[in-house]
Design a protein around this ligand. Structure first.
Ligand code: PRX
Length: 668
């Protein structure tokens, strides 16, 4: 196997250039760049062994990255497994850890460097962040928010979002952030599920230079919320959009002005107290309220930010995710700020005003680490290297990806054209439920293999098994499992312990033996070196541009349209998005599968989930391929969407329908 661990800039010599290009193309493995290794936070390979021999106590090193009000007595309490508890008996406050404790040394240094869509910038030093978090914590108290009340945030990428999150953490009120791109219905479902009586939102935001209305959408959602809700509205658009506040609404900045200079003592929270809830899609139509706690989650995100992202307090680190998803929670807000670094936050899209927007930000801010998604990298590749080439990206030291598999071509493009072959690339596999990264290379320790996330992190026992739970041979596809607990793990599904067990601990665990195995519902394979390549979901969840969508949620939006009798939704391969939403629809008698109905279906999906779930194709058919027992053959519908070989269909109840549907899809 050829090692591609060469470094340095491309030579002017054309011949050498071509040779380097060919080597890069062929290389299957890359060594950590030397200059990176010399300065890295974690450089000693023995850390893997140390975790193995000294598990679970080795996790103390994660807890040691935090300031505790009260020391914990026990690292792991597994007496009620799979309801594991970490750092029990300890207490701390997440906002004090992310803000207050950096004031002495980093008070004048930037905590958040925010870049707006219109090019405007706002910097919050730790001192300024401290002031606004305190004032807003006082506002929340004044509004009657008490410890353990769930506060919902329905906000785009504006600084008031992390400020509100940290203010909640300060007073011990868990937050539940709903992605601003989700629909009014999605907001209502989540607020109802969490019994949340408080909402923080904004009047609107900018997209591609245009002011986008947001408050109407929030209000429309509130109409469907069962409980009375107090709403705080951030005025993001100022003169570009006049809005009037309703009876239960207050203006963020007015409330803040009333609390000028207020200080709120951080509430001492038990390590196991809830820090936040995050709703995510599962197999059934109802989103799952993933519960994360204060001690384990914060220790885990701080540790992985330190060990994988190599964050140091003097860095300017940029994760381009949206805070509305778990990546933004863990690696824009909690992990980086716990380490006292500068976290860059960008409101807008990567191709506005020009396709070099990301590189302009890296250049202007001297970004040291960039953490983004394969879907973005595929777009950068398509736009061409001339955009990154226009800028000085030499400040970059490490690159990361998350959210979906990255193919070796995109990986190498990122490595070469963004990282100049001198930055390690960490391909990080994890989930909303895991709280933080689980499978990836330690960048100064392990070689990188494009297309494979890497070995499990120290302390994580991930395996690839067959249907009966036996480990599969290297190279064979199987199911990913995690065989021991970790501090960042979800503790339960909010108010639904039963579903927590049935979703994650049913498949491979043996409750009689008190043996608990976490099943993330991903397929994967492993190579001889223990490197894991994650192949994708094995449940009815699809991954569109790194966003996780439940096919059942989409199906129920479609069958709600009058004229639709039955619908099946699957993910089909998509060059840019990774996967796209394919819908197969049977109409009721007397209804035509025409353009009007297609539009109604698309609108209904957008209304009930959001534009991210917009179907790529709506295929009308009079039947769906079913097994003899009447189950819809989803695999086959996926193959049809992908134009793949359909194999033997003779065991179906209705094989004749397959060709018919395939022809329609091809014809589209
Ligand atoms: O299928 C895996 C995929 O994204 C799923 C988790 O989605 P979500 O909870 O929204 O969290 C996304 C951000 C952490 C996983 O079950 N996934 C995530 N990272 C990778 C990945 N698939 C392959 N490679 C990755 N690096």
């Amino acid at each position: 196997m050829e090692l591609g661990g060469y470094s340095g800039a491309m030579s002017d010599d054309d011949e050498l250039d071509v040779e380097l290009e060919a080597r890069l193309e062929e290389a299957e493995e890359f060594e950590p760049p030397e200059a990176f290794v010399e300065q890295a936070n974690v450089t000693d390979e023995s850390i893997y062994e140390e975790f193995e021999e000294n598990w679970p106590d080795a996790w103390e090193r994660a807890a040691d990255l935090l300031d505790w009000d009260e020391d914990y007595d026990q690292v792991l309490d597994d007496s009620e497994a799979p309801f594991y508890e970490w750092f029990t008996g300890g207490s701390l406050n997440a906002s004090a850890n992310c803000v207050d404790r950096h004031l002495d040394e980093r008070g004048d240094e930037p905590a958040i460097e925010w870049v707006g869509e219109l090019g405007e910038e706002r910097t919050y030093t730790y001192e300024e962040l401290h002031r606004e978090v305190n004032e807003f914590a006082a506002v929340l108290r004044e509004q009657g928010v008490e410890e353990d009340d769930v506060v919902t945030m329905y906000m785009p990428m504006i600084p008031e979002l992390p400020i509100a999150m940290l203010a909640c953490a300060r007073i011990g009120a868990p937050h539940a952030v709903v992605f601003a791109g989700f629909s009014a219905d999605a907001l209502a479902t989540r607020m109802n599920a969490a019994d949340s009586e408080h909402l923080i939102t904004c009047d609107g935001y900018y997209r591609r230079g245009d002011a986008l209305e947001h408050l109407d959408k929030a209000e429309e959602g509130l109409e469907q919320v069962d409980q009375a809700v107090d709403t705080i509205v951030v005025d993001r658009l100022e003169d570009d959009f006049d809005h009037e506040l309703g009876p239960n609404q207050s203006d963020y900045h007015d409330l803040l002005a009333d609390q000028e200079g207020a200080e709120v003592e951080p509430v001492e929270r038990d390590a196991e107290d809830m820090l936040f809830l995050m709703y995510t899609s599962g197999t059934t139509g109802k989103p799952k309220g993933v519960k994360h706690t204060t001690g384990g989650y914060l220790a885990y995100t701080a540790w992985t930010s330190h060990a994988v992202l190599d964050i140091k307090s003097e860095d300017t680190y940029w994760c381009s995710a949206d805070i509305g998803w778990i990546t933004g929670h863990s690696y824009i807000v909690y992990g980086p700020l716990a380490l006292g670094t500068t976290s860059v936050m960008y409101e807008g899209t990567p191709d506005y005003p020009e396709k070099d927007r990301m590189w302009e930000i890296v250049d202007d801010h001297d970004v040291t680490q960039l953490y983004t998604a394969p879907t973005a990298i595929r777009a950068f590749m398509k736009w061409g290297q001339e955009y990154p080439d226009k800028h000085d990206l030499s400040s970059l030291r490490l690159l990361g990806t998350v959210g979906e598999p990255i193919n070796p071509r995109a990986w190498k493009w990122y490595y070469k054209h963004i990282g100049n072959e001198s930055c390690p690339v960490v391909d990080t596999w994890w989930q909303t439920e895991t709280g933080g990264m689980m499978i990836t290379t330690l960048p100064a320790v392990k070689n990188m293999k494009p297309g494979s996330a890497g070995p499990p992190l120290p302390g994580i026992d991930a395996r690839i098994v067959d249907e009966s739970g036996n480990e599969v041979d290297a190279g064979r596809a199987g199911y990913l499992t995690v065989n021991n607990p970790w501090p960042g793990m979800l503790r339960t599904l909010y108010k639904n312990d039963e579903r927590f067990i049935s979703e994650y601990w049913n498949e491979y665990s043996d409750p009689d033996e008190d043996e608990w195995i976490y099943f993330p519902e991903d397929g994967a394979k492993i190579d001889e070196d223990g490197y894991i390549t994650v192949l994708g979901r094995v449940d009815d969840v699809i991954n569109v541009s790194g966003h996780r969508l439940g096919t059942m949620e989409i199906e129920s939006a479609i069958v709600g349209v009058s004229g639709v009798a039955e619908a099946a939704v699957v993910g089909g391969d998509h060059e840019m998005k990774g996967e796209a939403v394919y819908t197969y629809v049977i109409t009721e008698d007397g209804y035509e599968g025409d353009e009007d109905l297609r539009q109604e279906i698309i609108e209904s999906v957008e209304d009930s989930i959001g534009p991210i779930a917009r179907p790529e194709a709506v295929v009308f058919t009079h039947e769906l391929p079913k097994t003899r027992s009447g189950k819809i053959m989803r695999r086959l519908l996926e193959d049809i969407a992908n134009g793949d070989d359909l194999g033997n269909t003779s065991t179906l109840r209705n094989p004749e329908v397959v060709e018919e549907i395939a022809e329609k899809v091809q014809g589209d």
